[in-house]
Design a protein around this ligand. Structure first.
Ligand SMILES: C[S@@+](CC[C@H](N)C(=O)[O-])C[C@H]1O[C@@H](n2cnc3c(N)ncnc32)[C@H](O)[C@@H]1O
Length: 298
């Protein structure tokens, strides 16, 4: 991230969630009714105009049709990952989860929107201080109240003191926790990923982590996906947020086990089409066999 500046990729993914909420036909994967205002967009047209610029940037690297498909893929992938966290929270509540820690929260709106899911749960948004400051300004400008069960924990993952930051922020290792870490791994070094997993793996048994990850190019499912990931690499580098690490499924499994997690799963895009879209894989424009999400359990 550019020094002192908030995350530009956080804005991009919020605008993708906003588009999904505004225009996606039913069944929608996610209903992020706050994404638009948290991203500072005043009108629906502002969302379209922003995404038009993202589309143009992808088109410049490939062609308009490929860019359309890829922006759609990105939208669906950010909605699926957020929905998966909502499901984990719903299940966790029944299983005695008392904390939800959102690592690299960006403009995540769970605490302000999905209040039934986090009722009785303490929510902690951990993020880079510059991104967190910007989000808090956007919340104030949009008139969104900070819920009483939400705390902000400023933190830079490239620092080595996550355990201390969580402790100082009031997060208890002894409590069953659902962690989300969405759209962050790729912007961190392997050292920072390992250090973070090491802290999370020490939490109470049955705590869980949902994260997405970038695979090495040679492991992506098709040549066109390979090109798309390559284009995304260029776009986010242009936003001063280059990809710094990548993992194959076996490599990430190893990281989880070394960090103290007892189990992990890697659901496929096809699994999500079954769960969220009545099996209609054609809506996703993604390879049904592709992996990009992991669920790890302590
Ligand atoms: C693509 S955004 C994802 C935001 C959110 N999780 C979502 O899915 O909407 C990446 C997030 O990672 C955070 N981030 C990136 N590098 C970081 C670092 N070194 N320390 C703390 N946060 C970081 C950014 O501030 C930003 O909020």
């Amino acid at each position: 991230m550019e020094d002192g500046k908030p995350s530009q990729t956080a804005l991009m993914v919020a605008m993708l969630r906003a588009r999904h909420y505004l225009d996606e036909p039913e069944p929608k994967i996610l209903r992020d009714s706050l994404a638009k205002i948290l991203g500072g967009a005043e009108t629906d047209q502002d969302v379209s105009a922003y995404l038009g610029r993202i589309h143009q940037a992808f088109s410049a690297l490939s062609d308009s049709d490929t860019a359309t498909k890829f922006v759609q893929q990105l939208e669906h992938s950010v909605c699926i990952r957020a929905r998966l966290v909502e499901e984990e929270l719903a299940a966790g509540k029944m299983a005695g989860v008392t904390q939800h820690v959102i690592l690299g929260a960006g403009l995540d709106s769970t605490a302000y929107r999905a209040t039934d899911l986090v009722d009785g749960i303490k929510v902690f948004e951990v993020d880079h201080p510059a991104s967190q400051k910007w989000k808090r300004e956007n919340l104030t400008a949009a008139g969104v109240e900070i819920p009483g069960n939400l705390s902000f924990v400023p933190f830079d993952f490239e620092n080595t003191t996550l355990a201390e930051a969580l402790d100082a922020g009031g997060v208890s290792k002894a409590e069953k926790t659902v962690f989300s870490w969405l759209g962050v791994q790729m912007y961190l070094t392997d050292e920072a990923v390992k250090a973070t997993l090491g802290v999370l793996g020490g939490f109470a048994p049955c705590s869980s982590l949902i994260m997405d990850f970038i695979m090495p190019d040679y492991d992506t499912a098709t040549a066109s996906e390979e090109n798309s990931v390559e284009d995304l690499r260029k776009i986010v580098s242009g936003m001063s947020e280059p990809f710094l690490s990548q993992y194959s499924v076996p490599e990430l499994s190893d990281r989880f086990l070394q960090a103290g997690f007892s189990a992990c799963e890697f659901p496929t895009v096809g699994d999500f089409a079954e769960r969220y879209l009545n099996g209609d894989t054609s809506r996703l424009q993604m390879n049904p066999l592709a992996n990009y999400l992991a669920v790890a359990r302590v």
